[in-house]
Design a protein around this ligand. Structure first.
Ligand code: ZN
Ligand code: ZN
Length: 372
């Protein structure tokens, strides 16, 4: 399934309804995940004014650089695409469009990641408007994935699963590679299994490097018996995968590693088992943490249990103590407990799950053991 025009129209009319309910007059988006979500098109932000106006009532209007005009007419369902060229001052045009859409003195929700350069021009163009953040309406929409999104995320999960199987099949062939070389191998596998690019910088943490959750990859060689934390993701139709396995590519790991790996595996399962509609995000964090605390490693589990995943790799709902948000069907997030023993090794196991009417469905489902 690819996302069709009706899906984007429905998302936009849902957003408009929410704008009206809260008494806001419109959205002003910038190249971003929000723009891609509503318009079906985005690009890298640049120095030229590139805006989508979505009034609470009526049709959306793109105002974009002339050089992007044709591309947007082809790629987006939005019919009203207006362009400006490099020789003109776009700010008065912005004021004109806002006046035409009855937004000039309205309350506008601006893309959260819009550059200050452009918010400043918006304020100058619309001195009577007031401003809030687009996430006030789009956050609640984006947090529950629709069928097209779930379809893309299932396929991205399958690419990640296939890649883990390929990595296990490498076994002792991986010995002697550097972390960076193994990361490059993972990225090639993700592409050949059907993914596009990487969703975030690939993590390959061998031995003590695995104990640093933010280590990416370096020169350390993969050696027999040494655990390796592998955390990677790619995209399918714009949607990411995010999966972690901790593997030993050859030789025998220490007794302590085996014990810690088993604890993390139990914690991860306890987290997944805790997921159902109506429970709070923090209760899933409690479930993984309890297993690790009971085993005596509470101080070594140094991060939250998980994060929502959608167009952004990190978004709501955050699976963290203090987040009382109730889980609802269609939410997708990671369950990724870990134990990090400074100077020795780390263990993390991560899968994505989607909340269903009865419980949850795993978007990743390969073996969680350490053996190759
Ligand atoms: Zn991850
Ligand atoms: Zn993650």
């Amino acid at each position: 399934m690819t996302t069709d025009v009706d899906t984007f129209r429905r998302r936009t009319s849902d957003a408009q309804q929410r704008l009206r309910e809260r008494g806001s007059d419109g959205l002003v988006l910038f190249p971003s995940r929000n723009l891609r979500y509503l318009a079906g098109y985005s690009e890298e932000p640049g120095e030229r004014h590139f805006l989508l106006f979505v009034p609470a009532e009526g049709e959306a209007v793109f105002f974009v650089p002339a050089l992007s005009g044709d591309q947007i007419r082809e790629a987006s369902w939005v019919d009203d695409v207006r362009t400006w060229n490099d020789a003109e001052d776009p700010v008065p045009r912005i004021a004109d469009i806002a006046a035409e859409l009855d937004l000039a003195a309205g309350h506008l929700l601006v893309d959260d990641t819009m550059w200050a350069l452009f918010t400043q021009d918006l304020r100058d163009a619309l001195p009577d408007a007031t401003f809030g953040l687009a996430s006030e309406v789009l956050g609640d929409l984006r947090v529950r994935k629709d069928d097209a999104e779930l379809d893309a995320m299932r396929r991205a999960g399958a690419v990640a699963d296939e890649t883990v199987r390929d990595l296990r099949a490498m076994g002792e062939e991986a010995l002697g590679l550097s972390e960076a070389e193994l990361a490059a191998e993972i990225e090639e596998l993700l592409e050949s299994n059907g993914g596009t690019g990487v969703a975030f910088e690939t993590i390959v943490g061998a031995g003590p490097n695995g104990a640093k959750p933010h280590h990416h990859h370096g020169d350390r060689e993969i050696t027999p018996g040494e655990p390796v934390v592998l955390d990677f993701g790619t995209r399918v139709d714009g949607y990411p995968s995010d999966q972690t396995r901790t593997l030993v590519f050859g030789g025998e790991p220490s007794e302590r590693f085996r014990e810690v790996h088993e604890i993390v595996r139990e914690a991860q399962q306890a987290g997944v088992d805790a997921v159902e509609p109506g429970v709070t995000a923090e209760s899933v964090d409690d479930a993984t943490r309890e297993v690790i605390e009971d085993a005596g490693y509470g101080d070594e589990f140094i991060h939250r249990t998980g994060h929502g995943v959608g167009l952004d790799v990190h978004e709501e709902p955050y699976i963290v103590e203090g987040n009382e948000r109730e889980l609802q069907p269609g939410m997708v997030f990671s369950v990724e407990p870990g134990i990090y023993l400074l100077g020795e090794f780390g263990v993390r196991i991560e899968d994505l799950v989607v909340v269903t009417e009865e419980g949850c469905e795993r978007l990743n489902d390969t073996d969680r053991g350490w053996a190759c």
